[in-house]
Design a protein around this ligand. Structure first.
Ligand SMILES: Cc1ncc(COP(=O)(O)O)c(C=O)c1O
Length: 442
């Protein structure tokens, strides 16, 4: 092993502790063990303890950790090229742009790359602004999460009272862009107190009314996550998305799908395939780069795109290594991983449903591919969020070697979002440990 790597890897816990004072973190959970390496769906901490990683590290590692096939192609490409200026063309970027256009819904054929999810949403917003007149305001949904850069923080629930109190995002209001929020179709907790069988989709009517009466000028765009991830794994009903599409068409409002978390994870490349509704712009990030930093947008042929006059320029927007990883990921998805995502997602769902029969505190199970959440409640009738219990389950699971995520502004939704390569035995391990944990907590 390289002697420098060896020096880094062999840091003792006391030395690691000493380094803590040099770091500032603006997010993430406290008390997570220090991790040293990963392989497949597992990560290993500095003491050698193994964990199944149901967070895929910010939901970004679809192939899990240290994937051999991916690493082989990356090492080979790394010896040729890593970073290039955005203005310099390469076969790799052309290949990826064509491939993304090929798998994207018909009519979405132009791609622009950037460096992270927040900047990619901002790129989508710029495209909207170029393509609308008399418009300034963007619409987004309650409990949405679109990033923490100043251009999008105003659309993220951490700048609201969604959690019951104002959070970090609300500290920068003098600089963040205000967004106009409309109710999200969270059918388990309908804000209008309606039942989904008979609601008449009032929330979609509010969207239309807001466009008519709540926006100065024309809206510049509507941004939505087809599955609201951070907001609690809320899968938007297909009917709502279809209605939103119609409303956007009626008022010439560009529709943006934030697919930063849904891309591939829902068992299809795009939410457009899953819900059968096409947006005008798709935003990608997180796992797009096969585990390396990459984000981007794919836009409709109807929209005017970027011009090369400095309106969208980022130093690391042309990272060739990330682009090769993105290409390889798509090929691997087509070669069976998308199918595995659907199969394993369904398998975990069945396991969760069996547990729900014993533990009605598992109020709502929400699954699309391996985009899975379980909302915990104290009582299935009152639906009072079981915040402490959900937190205890997460801690207990961590002790048992399973890392879970936590979602929903009140943190009552456990997220099970493992790498898409997870197999049946590994799913069983997660479900068995969850069963043991539920016995302890309830
Ligand atoms: C749906 C969604 N949009 C946008 C973002 C922001 O991406 P990034 O953290 O890469 O800026 C995230 C990050 O969690 C996300 O989940």
């Amino acid at each position: 092993m390289d002697s420098l790597l060896n020096e880094i890897y062999s840091m003792k816990s006391t030395e690691i502790k000493e380094c803590e004072k040099h770091l500032m973190l603006g997010g993430g959970t406290k008390g997570i063990p220090v991790m040293k390496r990963g392989k497949g769906v597992r990560v290993f901490d500095v003491d050698g303890k193994a964990y199944i990683d149901c967070t895929s590290q910010s939901w970004a590692l679809y192939l899990g950790h240290a994937n051999d096939e991916m690493n082989r192609i990356l090492s080979e490409h790394m010896n040729n090229m890593t970073h290039m200026h955005q203005g310099v063309h390469t076969p790799v970027r052309y290949y990826l742009a064509r491939l993304l256009s090929r798998i994207a819904p018909p009519g979405l054929n132009r791609v622009s790359f950037t460096v992270g999810g927040g900047p990619a949403i901002e790129a989508a917003m710029k495209i909207c602004m170029k393509n609308t007149v008399d418009s300034r305001d963007f619409l987004c949904l309650y409990d949405s999460y679109h990033g923490t850069t100043l251009g999008v923080l105003g659309a993220t629930w951490t700048s609201t009272r969604s959690s019951g109190k104002l959070m970090g995002g609300s500290r920068y209001l003098h600089l963040t862009k205000p967004f106009i929020r409309v109710p999200n179709p969270n059918c388990y907790r309908c804000f209008l107190g309606l039942k989904k069988e008979s609601c008449g989709m009032e929330c979609a009517k509010i969207l239309e009314l807001t466009i008519q009466k709540g926006v100065a000028g024309n809206p510049a765009g509507l941004i939505l996550e087809p599955v609201q991830a951070s907001g609690g794994q809320v899968i938007l009903p297909a009917g709502y998305i279809k209605e939103a599409r119609k409303i956007c068409d009626r008022y010439s409002v560009p529709l943006i799908f934030d697919e930063i978390q849904t891309y591939c994870r829902i068992g299809q490349f795009f939410a457009a395939d899953y819900f059968n509704v096409s947006p005008d712009i798709i935003v990608l990030g997180k796992a797009l780069g096969g585990g390396l930093p990459l984000a981007g947008i794919i836009i409709s042929d109807k929209l005017r795109g970027f011009e090369q006059d400095g309106e969208e320029l980022h130093t690391f927007a042309n990272n060739s290594l990330s682009q090769v990883a993105a290409i390889k990921l798509i090929k691997m998805m087509e070669d069976g991983i998308l199918e595995n995502t659907r199969n394993m997602g369904g398998y975990i769902r069945k396991g969760l449903e069996s547990l729900q029969k014993i533990y009605p505190q598992m109020g709502d199970i929400r699954q699309a591919g391996l985009h899975i959440g379980v909302e915990f409640v104290k009582d299935p009738v009152t639906k009072e969020p079981a915040v402490e219990e959900a937190s205890d389950i997460r801690k207990e699971m961590m002790k048992m070697g399973i890392i879970l995520g936590m979602g929903g502004p009140c943190k009552q939704v456990l997220k099970i979002k493992p790498p898409l390569i997870i197999n049946r035995q590994e799913c069983d391990e997660v479900l068995d440990k969850l069963s043991e944990t539920l016995k302890v907590v309830f």
